[in-house]
Design a protein around this ligand. Structure first.
Ligand code: PMP
Length: 281
């Protein structure tokens, strides 16, 4: 498999410097983009978010978005990827290790690669269990940066408990999960944390909110607490790699009847139509 290194599609064996700021400080940003039927899914939306992340950390994108888009499409083609993901990251570049931005300025280092992966349709249909963990991240979770240590620790804890995800809470408030957004249904209304500095505004989250509007399901972008979530009619999580996964249990608490909820299933059904539409186009 080839990779994208700055502007070049090349062999994977590339030299990343030991003083790359991504490596030393986590000083960089990234995106994970789904690929279905050989085409990147919601690529424009992901690149818009990348642009926003770059701006928020004062990182100059090495290329115009259009050029990055073309290169990613080319990478998928060259690798003959049918189903899987693209990982794209941009670090602030390589320079002697001082915390402040390098002066004189250095070029950012952009890397992308693809990975073949099957959709997780089973778990999407059947649901999964999650665990609760304190959200110990910084106050700019809206930026998709390489600093993922709190997310790594939370996810590891989930895996050790055979849970698909760690649902994060700040005090009593549920924010999101270690690598996905969290929703609950109460009185047939869909609730999710507002897209502020406490969560990453997931591309899947944004699609789900649009689909709810289309389906006439009422949405409240309003924080909810742990107790409200445990007493909800339905809970589900969303992410590029998971689509929409019903959460049947959170630690020892079964959510409602312990089955995937009707509203969740309806949204999932509609979401699947989105990429089926892409397959046909
Ligand atoms: N929140 C966090 C913290 C994440 O890492 C992710 C996955 N990148 C998401 C939410 C879901 O975002 P998306 O739907 O864009 O994959």
């Amino acid at each position: 498999n080839k990779i994208l290194f700055n502007n070049q599609i090349t062999a994977r064996e590339r030299f990343i410097d030991i003083e790359d700021r991504g490596y030393q400080f986590g000083d960089g940003i990234y995106e994970v983009i789904g690929v279905y039927d050989g085409k990147p899914f919601l690529l424009e939306e992901h690149l818009l978010r990348l642009k926003r992340s770059a701006k928020e950390v004062h990182l100059q994108l090495p290329e115009k978005i259009e050029k990055i888009k073309g290169n990613l499409e080319k990478l998928v083609q060259v690798n003959e990827l049918v189903e899987g993901i693209i990982y794209l990251q941009i670090s602030r570049g390589t320079a002697a290790r001082w915390h402040e931005f390098p002066s004189p300025e250095v070029s950012p280092v952009m890397v992308a690669y693809t990975r073949a992966e099957q959709r997780m349709s089973n778990v999407e249909d059947e649901g999964a269990i999650a665990t609760l963990t304190e959200d110990i991240r910084w106050l700019r979770c809206d930026i998709k940066t390489l600093n993922l240590l709190p997310n790594v620790l939370a996810k590891q804890k989930a895996v050790e408990q055979n849970a698909i995800e760690a649902i994060l809470h700040r005090g009593e408030t549920v924010t999101e999960a270690s690598a996905s957004n969290v929703f609950m249904v109460r009185n047939e209304e869909v609730y999710t944390h507002p897209a502020n500095n406490f969560i990453l505004n997931g591309i899947t989250r944004q699609q789900v909110l649009q689909l709810c509007n289309k389906l006439g399901i009422r949405v409240k972008e309003k924080p909810f607490n742990i107790k409200e979530m445990l007493q909800a009619e339905e809970v589900f999580i969303t992410a590029t790699k998971l689509d929409i996964v019903p959460i049947l249990k959170v630690d020892q608490h079964t959510i409602a009847s312990g089955n995937p909820g009707d509203i969740t299933k309806k949204i999932l059904h509609e979401f699947r139509k989105l990429y089926q539409k892409q397959v046909k186009s």
